[in-house]
Ligand binder design. Structure first.
Ligand code: NAD
Ligand code: ZN
Length: 367
């Protein structure tokens, strides 16, 4: 059977790479790697959940292509996106004899992508990395764009590096084994792209939310490829997050604060982003940017994806306290990405603290 593959080309200033979306891509990584480099050594980094499901197939594909490989397994979850994990990965890289020609393969969700990507960016001052995202979130967003990093106890993603992958290979069948809650959370990032930058993607989501949640192969790859195309376009113009790339942080200023307030356990990243978008849309209505009916469209869509829209048992003060540490905060006043309509975001720099508190209260936060 001929395989259908969707490909997005990303052109950041330093080079070019491809993002492939295809079924059973996992079994083709060996061949892809051979076409990419003359290096014949790879180290696969994965977490325990993903390794149990997919590492065997990846390693077999590498060995069929006569590439020497080793597997490093880290514990799953945001709690392990730390420097301690990076240090363990360095040790394994040394043990397995990794050199400058060794390719790191990040097999897993956004946590593995970020932590393996950061290890690759820094070990021997940089090894090439192939991202093999296995979650909705990682396929639609985190595997592309070159941001890598880890959390510190005081905040998320506070240490990191820009390190573009040599290739992104997304097997669109892998999200089928994800827990339902993670599938829903992943779509928050797709809604984000639609609401902030791509009205036609937003309409695609409105037409097919239920089929997308069931991971209908064709619709799913259409939607995530569309989201990645938008991201690729933005990254080509602004690799380092100074201008247009900021718009991809829609929902994230409050989202990151919520994740911290919930100690990275209460809400998944995508859930926190959904709540962040709900708050941002209310702010946008309050400042007269967003028509009320576009707020309603966003809420309805988030609801159909089963994402949270209400804040309970959390105080606005606690959320505000965590907002100051966000990297995008400049001079104590966070720059907020707000929308003027579906698909049209821009940065608002003069919101008052009170306006933000009000938006959180509207979602149900306690004082
Ligand atoms: N670098 C970026 O540009 C960027 C962008 C967005 C998010 N992120 C980061 O991504 C992370 C979130 O990523 P995530 O939601 O993918 O989380 P994750 O990597 O923790 O994966 C979610 C869970 O699903 C499991 N899993 C992964 N793939 C599976 C599969 N196919 N079948 C069964 N189980 C599977 C994992 O073991 C984990 O328990 C956050 O740390 C966030 O900061 C980074
Ligand atoms: Zn995100």
């Amino acid at each position: 059977v001929k395989t259908k593959r969707r490909t997005v080309v990303v052109k950041p200033p330093g080079g070019l790479y491809r993002v492939h979306f295809e079924r059973d891509g996992i079994d083709r990584v060996g061949r892809e790697l051979r076409q990419l480099t003359t290096g014949r050594r790879a180290v696969v980094v994965s977490d325990a959940n993903v390794a149990a499901l997919y590492a065997g197939r990846v390693l077999r594909s590498l060995s069929r292509a006569r590439i020497q490989s080793a597997l490093i397994t880290i514990p799953p979850g945001e709690r392990f996106k730390t420097l301690a994990t990076v240090s363990r990965i360095y040790d394994h890289l040394l043990e397995s004899g990794a050199d400058r020609d060794t390719v790191v393969i990040a097999l897993g969700g956004g946590v593995v992508g970020d932590v393996a990507g950061f290890s690759a960016a820094t070990f021997l001052r940089g090894l090439p990395v192939i991202q093999m995202p296995t979650t909705v979130l990682a396929q639609a967003d985190s595997s592309v764009g070159g941001k890598t990093g880890v959390d510190l106890p005081s905040g998320k993603n506070l240490v990191g590096a820009f390190h573009q992958p040599a290739l992104v290979l997304a097997d669109i069948k892998t999200p089928a084994t994800l827990p339902e809650r993670h599938v829903r959370a992943g779509f928050a990032e797709v809604v984000k792209v639609g609401m902030a930058l791509d009205a036609s993607l937003f309409r695609l989501l409105e037409r097919h939310a239920e089929e997308l949640l069931e991971l209908d192969a064709d619709l799913y790859s259409r939607a995530i490829a569309a989201a990645v195309r938008v991201k690729a376009d933005v990254v080509a113009r602004d690799e380092r997050d100074r201008g247009p790339r900021m718009l991809l942080n829609y929902g994230h200023t409050i989202g990151h604060a919520l994740e911290a307030a919930g100690r990275y356990r209460r809400w998944l990243h995508g859930e926190a982003v959904a709540l962040g978008m709900a708050a941002a849309a209310r702010l946008a209505v309050a400042v007269g940017w967003l028509p009320r009916q576009d707020l309603d469209r966003q809420e309805a869509l988030l609801e159909r994806f089963g994402l949270p829209l209400r804040l309970r048992r959390v105080s606005a003060e606690a959320v505000m306290a965590h907002m100051g540490l966000d990297k995008k905060a400049r001079g104590g006043r966070p720059a907020f990405v707000l929308t003027r309509g579906v698909g049209v975001a821009s940065v608002h720099r003069t919101l008052s603290r009170n306006q933000v508190v009000n938006a959180l209260r509207q979602l149900g936060a306690e004082p």
